[in-house]
Design a protein around this ligand. Structure first.
Ligand code: FAD
Length: 470
């Protein structure tokens, strides 16, 4: 039913309640803007977006469970005997639901305290200054806005040969909702989402096979970072079918094609993790005067403006599809649309893969720096030489620091190893602050910690290593 054509005036309209949208809304409200946030999935079910409900947080909760079980078993070598360790994924789902629910309620509380109005419903633009929202009860409300921020995120890409049915063939959302550990799982796609899910399910006891069309796992990362992960997957008993394409189902098997021909992979469940598609196709953006590229992304300027009155942030614009990138862009868009000087700087966007060992990067890799024409010095410290890594049973991996010679500044850090996700922020700060190698080397790092690896890598780069030979 259409309530009426009368449009409600809105100062700043934010579309999408994910880490791009809700952070933009909060920043704009802090700046005195009157903000209306429209979220398709509603308040508590939607605020936090894919990240909170079906992405970052649920996946990290599952990985924590899997790592705890794996570590407990691995610690047998150090004298820990764990009898009858059992995994109850149904219980896990309730635990995960509590975490997600409390965090979503927290975001709703923040929005309420800032005076942000949250409307549940699906938005489509009708004109450059007008949008319609279909609410869950079927009504349509119209809004006339002064400015808008589009933060509608992305959804899993599909494979026509393997349509997701939510039973046998799952996307990442279905995989994170499993209430029992499958006997066998084929993960199609060895990007970060596929690797994280595959590694976790293998540690929980499933027989996992990873199928990847390219010739290595994490194909968008520096090749040096893939190798320790491949070795760990081998130790976990996860077969890698590299250079192979998933072609369809045949009984209990997934059919896989590679250069050698056709093969079968046992798969009670198949998880499709072949990328994400931006949610820009059903938004009526063309009627708002917003262009959409061939890749479905919205072209934006440094302030994230797509038109003088409409900005776009997060997974709908170019760059890594990551929550913290979406939030950083949300802040920039809110400030720029509110008349403040602001521009998004992509120099050091950390990227993390929570596989085993964890992979974390920031700034430029050695290859990227050389391709950009920089002369570089590189220091790589193997975690096999770290005392703390030994106590953690985590000696696989390394810390690498890349510095621009002459300019005397750190331009990138890559870490493969335990807790790389926590360690990378020191590297990001170093790149952001244009720290020199001497700055990092002269910073006293506590012993015994994995953070010493950064200082050791820099000492190597400077040609005066302490705990390894040059
Ligand atoms: P989203 O979070 O997707 O939010 C968009 C919101 O817009 C959604 O809530 C949607 O319902 C709403 N919406 C869409 N269309 C409309 C419409 N027409 N009207 C109204 N509302 C609409 N990133 C990390 O940084 N770290 C991680 O560890 C990580 N792990 C991940 C694990 C998985 C399994 C997945 C799938 C993703 C992961 N990501 C991770 C990526 C991260 O979730 C996204 O990059 C991030 O959520 C993007 O934020 P966003 O605000 O652009 O969009």
């Amino acid at each position: 039913m259409v309530v009426g054509e009368l449009a409600e005036p809105v100062d700043l309209l934010v579309v999408g309640g994910g880490p791009g949208g809700y952070v933009a809304a909060l920043r704009a409200a802090q700046l005195g803007r009157d903000v209306l946030l429209v979220e398709r999935a509603g308040g508590s079910a939607g605020l936090g977006g894919s990240c909170l409900h079906v992405g970052c947080i649920p996946s990290k909760a599952l990985i924590e469970l899997a790592d705890s079980a794996h570590h407990a078993r691995a610690m047998a070598v150090a004298g820990l005997a764990v009898e009858g360790l059992q995994v109850d994924l149904a219980r896990f789902q309730a635990f995960k639901g509590d975490i997600v629910g409390s965090l979503a309620a927290g975001i709703a509380g923040l929005c309420a305290r800032q005076g942000i109005r949250v409307v549940a419903g699906e938005l489509r633009f009708n004109r450059p200054d007008r949008a319609a929202v279909r609410t869950p009860d079927g009504q349509v409300r119209f809004f006339e806005f002064r400015q808008a921020i589009v933060a509608t995120g992305s959804r899993p890409a599909v494979l026509p040969a393997l349509p997701v049915d939510g039973e046998r063939v799952l996307d990442s959302t279905g995989a994170l909702a499993l209430d029992a550990v499958p006997r066998s799982v084929a993960v199609v796609g060895a990007g970060y989402i596929g690797l994280e899910l595959g590694t976790a399910l293998a540690k929980l006891g499933a027989h996992v096979t990873i199928v990847e069309a390219l010739d290595r796992v994490l194909p968008t990362f520096d090749p040096a970072l893939s190798r320790p992960v491949e070795r760990c997957l081998e130790r976990l008993g996860v077969p890698l079918r590299l250079g192979a394409r998933a072609a369809g189902l045949d009984g209990d098997d997934l059919v896989v094609e590679d250069a050698a021909g056709e093969a079968r992979v046992s798969a009670e469940k198949v998880i499709i993790a072949v990328g994400r598609v931006p949610n820009t196709d059903e938004l009526g953006l063309e009627r708002a005067g917003v262009a959409i590229g061939g890749d479905g992304l919205v072209p934006v300027d440094a302030a994230r403006r797509a038109t003088p009155r409409i900005a776009a942030v997060g997974d709908v614009v170019a760059g890594p599809a990551l929550a913290h990138k979406a939030s950083a862009e949300g802040v920039v868009a809110a400030e720029a649309l509110s008349g403040h000087p602001a521009a998004f700087d992509p120099t050091a966007i950390p990227a993390i893969v929570f596989c085993d060992p964890e992979v974390a990067t920031t700034g430029l890799s050695e290859g990227e720096a050389r391709a950009a024409g920089l002369q570089v010095d590189v220091g790589t410290f193997p975690l096999a030489a770290s005392g703390r890594a030994a106590t953690l049973l985590a000696r696989e991996g390394f810390v690498r620091v890349v510095a621009e010679r002459g300019a005397d500044r750190i331009v990138g850090v890559q870490i493969v190893g335990a807790h790389a996700s926590e360690l990378i922020s020191e590297g990001t700060l170093a790149v952001e602050m244009m720290a020199s190698p001497e700055d990092l080397a002269g910073t006293i790092h506590p012993h015994p910690t994995l953070s010493e690896g950064l200082a050791e890598a820099v000492e190597l780069l400077l040609g005066r290593p302490v705990h390894v030979s040059a």
